[in-house]
Design a protein around this ligand. Structure first.
Ligand code: GRF
Length: 222
């Protein structure tokens, strides 16, 4: 049996997507995957409490760090954990270029809308869902993409649609999308970890088997 694929998480908030990864990968029934640690971008982030409860290592990035210091900190921490895959699960900061290069094709981000719409700098949290409602679109969703040097721009790995309903608020859309995120993100990480999908040097996403052949995935509740 080969070594486990080591998955590190970067997060800034409550960490419900981190929890979805823990629920999917941590535990005796998944010896080939390991959540090796989470880096929070701020003290007090809810994800730290979740990590503690799950017995997952955690670190907090230094608040006053310069860009270069941040890059060194992240690189050192991810190296210490011998991270194979890095997952941004509600991470609000830009990933330093040195990291993007070192983990090219191995960093994933989840975004709570259908990219390339409603993404980019400043488009996070309730702002995304408010923009969706204001635009009057009837479909939004979740996107998992490979990370490059810009916010929300890297090659798209997979998406799942979510309806926007009459009377929706940013909060109600966020909750509906989040339910889907919790299914999409672990499925995407598993596809990458198992080698079913990979990112080519020319930025093309190559699927060994088609997405829907790899996961039974619906957006029904429960
Ligand atoms: C999610 O909606 C994610 O798509 C976005 O930030 C939110 C994080 O939620 N990038 P949580 O911290 O995982 O609960």
């Amino acid at each position: 049996m080969s070594d486990a694929v080591r998955i590190a998480v970067l997060a800034s908030g409550g960490g419900s997507n981190f929890q979805a990864l823990v629920d999917r990968f941590q535990g005796a029934e998944n010896p080939q995957r390991e959540i090796v640690g989470v880096i929070a971008s701020r003290e007090g982030a809810g994800v730290l409490e979740r990590a503690h409860r799950a017995g997952v290592a955690s670190a907090v990035s230094p608040a006053a760090a310069t860009g270069d210091e941040m890059a060194v900190f992240l690189r050192r921490t991810l190296d210490e954990w011998r991270s194979d895959i890095v997952v941004l699960a509600g991470y609000m900061k830009l990933v330093p270029e040195t990291l993007v290069r070192a983990w090219w094709g191995r960093i994933l981000n989840i975004h709570p809308a259908l990219l390339p719409s409603f993404g980019g700098r400043g488009m996070y949290g309730a702002r995304v869902h408010r923009a969706v409602i204001e635009a009057g679109v009837r479909i939004t969703g979740a996107t998992v993409h490979f990370v490059d040097e810009a916010y929300d721009r890297g090659p798209i790995l997979c998406q799942w649609p979510v309806p926007v309903l009459a009377g929706d608020t940013p909060e109600s859309v966020a909750a509906r999308v989040l339910t889907v995120e919790h299914r999409l993100l672990p499925a995407a990480v598993e596809a990458l970890a198992s080698g079913v999908v990979r990112l080519e040097a020319d930025r093309r996403v190559h699927w060994v088997r088609e997405w829907f052949e790899t996961e039974t995935f619906t957006n029904r509740e429960g």
